[in-house]
Design a protein around this ligand. Structure first.
Ligand code: PLP
Length: 418
């Protein structure tokens, strides 16, 4: 991907939202960790479904049968994205709702004497559901710290939090605040050796737009992501190990299916969003095929696409870290060493002088550069770094459609504001 300027132009042409102009200049979308722009084919698939096939499921007529096929195709797409079986893919309105539903079911199996492990690196959507499940079950919560100096998960602290009583380990696969990528396989290895029955739940919402995901290789029991963070529609998806989805009992209405992933899905799903999800996964496969002829193994093409994205973003990350180090007054939280660009995503939490983050984000916004500020629900990270009280941090988040020229414009503007 983006081996040449032409490749990048082809990529950007697929995102109509990137064409937005403010005060005569193109906008810079550096808000990817909050939500990316949607790829053209996802937008079309959504509209096409609503125009031609709009119906509920399970009926004995054409549009309903088409809707059943849309859901089936979305499950296969989710499976190709995550490296699992379609029967292991569950849909919902967003990651937070799915995690609350899942934690509620897991919570029924917990009791006093059990322990749940959460981390300070996580978005609150993978913390609060577990805190509340633990509270309801009278279960103890153990917290894993981060290393303040580079924003990585503290594996020593993880080791201390684990015990033979650990029943759940909820851990982020990548931080939406600091960009840190977690060594998930190592977390899983340690969790299993402390407590073989522990359920390891990974939040891959921030990882999914930046890395290929293989749930089998990661060894996790459940994993969440959100399509609007990886160029698709506003919906969430969950991988659950088949045996676990069958064993646990979801909260559901009586007439809903008693088997398969459907029994985890409450009410009518966002069918147009599911049509768009399949188109989004096809887009990632297109990236892997260099926008050539479609066909072949979609899972392999998606993996190749994500690998190309990773390599491109690693260059962006290294450049940003090298250049930002030269701007007096800008402080990067998390991994700041350009040689460690491979350990993080191009998501940068920064402070600019002693300006409040909201002020900086507002000024960037007025200049057509869209960034986030505050805690982005990574409340524990901001509290741990001592930033919460003073407005969190400015978050500049790039993805594979951002260009070197955009990066330069962001850096120039930061120099101006520092
Ligand atoms: C790392 C991470 N986890 C979870 C969430 C929550 O996702 P959703 O908005 O789909 O509930 C977000 C959203 O910002 C996130 O960045």
């Amino acid at each position: 991907m983006a081996a040449t300027a032409q490749d990048l132009a082809t990529t950007r042409a697929r995102f109509p939202g990137l064409g937005r102009i403010q005060d005569g200049r193109p906008c810079v979308f550096a808000d990817a960790p909050g939500g990316t722009q949607a790829v053209d084919t996802a937008i079309e698939a959504m509209a096409d479904y609503l125009r031609r096939s709009n119906a509920n499921r399970g009926g004995a007529f054409a549009t309903s049968e088409e809707t059943d096929r849309v859901v089936g195709e979305a499950r296969r797409a989710g499976a190709d994205l995550l490296g699992c079986g379609p029967e292991e893919v569950v849909f919902g309105p967003n990651m937070t709702t799915l995690c609350f539903a899942f934690s509620r079911s897991v919570g029924r199996t917990l009791g006093p004497g059990d322990e749940v492990v959460v981390t300070m690196l996580d978005h609150d959507a993978n913390i609060s559901p577990w805190l509340l499940a633990a509270r309801d079950a009278g279960t103890e919560v153990r917290w894993v710290d981060i290393r303040g100096e580079d924003g990585t998960l503290d594996l020593g602290s993880l080791q201390e939090a684990l015990s033979e009583r650990t029943r759940v380990v909820a851990v982020t696969a990548a931080s939406n605040a600091l960009g840190t990528v977690t060594p998930i396989r190592e977390v899983v290895r340690r969790a299993r050796s402390a407590s073989p029955e522990a359920i390891v739940v990974a939040d891959a919402v921030h990882l999914a737009p930046h890395r290929a995901i293989d749930v089998r290789e990661m060894g996790v029991d459940a994993l969440f992501c959100s399509a609007y963070k990886f160029f698709g529609p506003h919906l969430g998806l969950m991988f659950g190990r088949r045996e676990l989805l069958e064993r646990l009992e979801p909260y559901k209405v009586r007439p809903a299916p008693d088997a398969g992933p459907d029994r985890w899905e409450t009410g009518t799903q966002d069918h147009e969003g599911l049509a768009a999800l399949a188109a989004t996964v096809d887009y990632l496969a297109d990236v892997g095929r260099g926008f050539g002829e479609p066909g072949g193994d979609r899972r392999a093409a998606v993996t190749a696409g994500m690998e190309a994205i990773r390599a491109y973003e690693e260059d962006l990350t290294r450049r940003f870290l090298e250049e930002v180090a030269g701007i007096a007054g800008v402080r990067v939280y998390g991994i700041a060493d350009p040689d460690r660009a491979g350990e993080r995503t191009p998501t940068f939490a920064i402070r600019v002088g002693d300006h409040p983050p909201r002020e900086v984000a507002g000024e960037l916004g007025r200049r057509g550069i869209f960034v986030w500020d505050g805690n982005y629900y990574a409340l524990a990270v901001m509290e741990r770094l001592g930033l919460e009280e003073s407005g969190g941090a400015v978050r500049i988040g790039f993805c594979h459609y951002n260009t070197d020229a955009e990066l330069d414009r962001v850096l120039r503007t930061l120099r101006d504001l520092a």
